[in-house]
Design a protein around this ligand. Structure first.
Ligand SMILES: *[C@@H]1O[C@H](CO)[C@@H](O)[C@H](O)[C@H]1NC(C)=O
Ligand SMILES: *[C@@H]1O[C@H](CO)[C@@H](O)[C@H](O)[C@H]1NC(C)=O
Ligand SMILES: *[C@@H]1O[C@H](CO)[C@@H](O)[C@H](O)[C@H]1NC(C)=O
Ligand SMILES: *[C@@H]1O[C@H](CO)[C@@H](O)[C@H](O)[C@H]1NC(C)=O
Ligand SMILES: *[C@@H]1O[C@H](CO)[C@@H](O)[C@H](O)[C@H]1NC(C)=O
Ligand SMILES: *[C@@H]1O[C@H](CO)[C@@H](O)[C@H](O)[C@H]1NC(C)=O
Ligand SMILES: *[C@@H]1O[C@H](CO)[C@@H](O)[C@H](O)[C@H]1NC(C)=O
Length: 482
């Protein structure tokens, strides 16, 4: 049966399903099309095995409804979002270009086997100036997905924006070019035609001088953990891939490090073109290992495996706790913030979200693993705190509850899930979170001359001057970016 016939058959099955699905009698449920997807393909999706480098995908959920339970309405939302899909950073570009130079330097005239596509493939960077920026082409392009996310959140949280009020809605972004652009695109998506006049984008410098009053706080005393320093790319799986390519292409002599760099490079092609011929050159098991290199990187260098990062993440966790307790009537309902991956993974670590009970092993992949970066912080990854106001049900009391949503999946706390929709009461949440947070200023020994607390959520500017890109410069750690 050709593809066209299969399509016809599937179309016919859909018609049968549609015409019977509204019939009340049980016999009418007879259908050829299975109503529930049996494939669970996302487990095999490349998007889950490329760490935080490639296109966004939702976190695989526990099957808890994303919408608030029937007795509840969200009355305050506090989100921190990573920038959208981007090109490689300039510093990574150097390694990539060196590896491509090595690859083409072997003088293979006619590429064969898994690398046949190299006979026509070309690197996707059209211009040096694009390194580090949001992508702007293809189905996963960062500017587009960010705008779309804003528009989706308008549907979800639009009721929190009082359009009849003259009150300016502040948003906050760290002062890095691609992050600022992300904040603007999201704002355009959420506020639509009213973006320019209704919003005040506050750009918070990434300088260490900001101390705790920052979306990108740092621990000056932190030296890398030993595990972070000893992470290696010379893995057996990558040696196997190198040997396969070398055998298929006489003269070629790639090693495991080259394989890692080529995989790393190819992931960004998805952000730019939406597909990559490289994806199928590697086996799924090789991608599994590649993904694990990224899990280890975050876990030991910017996550729960580095004790300093819990202190770093406590800044945001603690300040958002204050916002939730003050509530929308006192401080407003919408808090949209923008930063980088390694500013959000510490917050998750501080709050114990997705933290495994044991350190990740360096020599093998744990199955199952709670710390998979593809499920935690892809491009566009975001942590959303929902404050919900709920009426009583037969099972739960009237009151204020909190839910943590990571990449659109509800993540309940093991020790606090008695509320509606597996939420935690605000009182219990406050008790639990305040007990687990280390003190940033003392743990990180930050200089007493810099701010010891986050205050920009309470003393923000209401100018719309930064809402759009202009000729002005955005300060970033002494450097200047347009
Ligand atoms: C809670 O009850 C009040 C009073 O009946 C009602 O106005 C409100 O819409 C209810 N809230 C939710 C989320 O159902
Ligand atoms: C949003 O835009 C509409 C149409 O221009 C306008 O009527 C409304 O006042 C605006 N609202 C705000 C909050 O600026
Ligand atoms: C692979 O070759 C590069 C030089 O082209 C070298 O820097 C790297 O250390 C090598 N990797 C291994 C595992 O030998
Ligand atoms: C809050 O904590 C108390 C004491 O542990 C517990 O009895 C109650 O069920 C909790 N409520 C919610 C909504 O989690
Ligand atoms: C948490 O924030 C409050 C005010 O927002 C502050 O008084 C308190 O010291 C902070 N705690 C830590 C551990 O930073
Ligand atoms: C704190 O900052 C001041 C002013 O920048 C500087 O003179 C001093 O050396 C710093 N102290 C420490 C411990 O870094
Ligand atoms: C508000 O603007 C003033 C003056 O430009 C600046 O010093 C301050 O850092 C700004 N605050 C925020 C939260 O952006």
């Amino acid at each position: 049966m050709g593809p066209k016939n299969i399509a016809t058959l599937l179309g016919w099955a859909a018609v049968v399903t549609a015409s019977y699905s509204n019939r009340p009698d049980y016999a009418g449920r007879f259908t050829f099309a299975a109503p529930y997807d049996q494939s669970f393909l996302e487990g095999y999706s490349i998007l889950k095995h490329i760490g935080g480098l490639g296109p966004y995908s939702n976190r695989m959920s526990y099957g808890i409804g994303r919408d608030p339970p029937e007795s509840c309405a969200v009355d305050q939302v506090i989100m921190i979002r990573r920038h959208g899909e981007r090109y490689p950073q300039g510093s990574d570009g150097e390694y990539i270009e060196a590896t491509l130079k090595k690859l083409y330097g072997f003088d293979v005239e006619n590429w064969k086997g898994d690398l046949t596509f190299l006979n026509w493939w070309q690197y996707y960077m059209d211009s040096e100036g694009l390194y580090g920026l949001e992508t702007e082409s293809g189905p996963y392009n960062g500017l587009l997905t960010t705008y779309k996310h804003g528009a989706e959140y308008r549907v979800r949280y639009g009721h929190l924006w009082d359009q009849s009020s003259d009150k300016i809605v502040p948003m906050w972004t760290s002062g890095f070019e691609r992050v600022v652009q992300t904040a603007r695109k999201f704002g355009e998506g959420f506020f639509g035609w009213n973006y320019t006049d209704s919003v005040a984008l506050n750009i918070i410098s990434e300088s260490e001088e900001m101390g705790a009053n920052s979306l990108t706080p740092e621990c000056p005393g932190d030296t890398d953990t030993q595990a972070c320093d000893s992470l290696s790319q010379d893995l057996p799986a990558f040696r196997v891939a190198a040997e396969r390519f070398n055998k298929q292409n006489p003269g070629l002599n790639l090693n495991s490090t080259d394989i890692f760099q080529l995989m790393f490079m190819s992931v960004f092609e998805l952000n730019v073109r939406g597909y990559s011929d490289w994806t199928n050159a590697f086996t799924l098991d090789e991608w599994k290992w590649f993904g694990y290199t990224q899990d280890l990187q975050f876990y030991y260098c910017a996550g729960p495996g580095d004790p300093y990062y819990k202190a770093v993440g406590s800044v945001y966790a603690n300040a958002s706790l204050t916002l939730l307790n003050q509530g929308p009537a006192e401080v407003g309902a919408i808090y949209f913030n923008f930063a980088h991956d390694t500013n959000i993974t510490p917050i998750l670590a501080a709050m114990g979200i997705a933290t495994p009970s044991e350190d990740l092993p360096l020599d093998k992949i744990p199955f199952p693993s709670t710390y998979e970066i593809g499920n935690i912080m892809p491009m566009g990854g975001h942590l959303t705190l929902e404050r919900m106001s709920c009426n009583a049900t037969v099972a739960t009391e009237k009151g204020t509850f909190v839910r943590v949503v990571l990449n659109e999946a509800v993540v309940p706390f093991t020790s606090c899930q008695e509320g509606p929709g597996f939420s935690c009461s605000l009182a219990n949440y406050t008790d639990m979170v305040s007990k687990m947070l280390p003190d940033f200023a003392s743990e990180c020994k930050i200089n007493s001359t810099v701010p010891q607390h986050l205050s920009f959520w309470w003393d923000y500017n209401t100018t719309s001057a930064y809402n759009h890109q202009t000729a002005m410069y955005i300060p970033y750690q002494g450097d200047t970016y347009v």
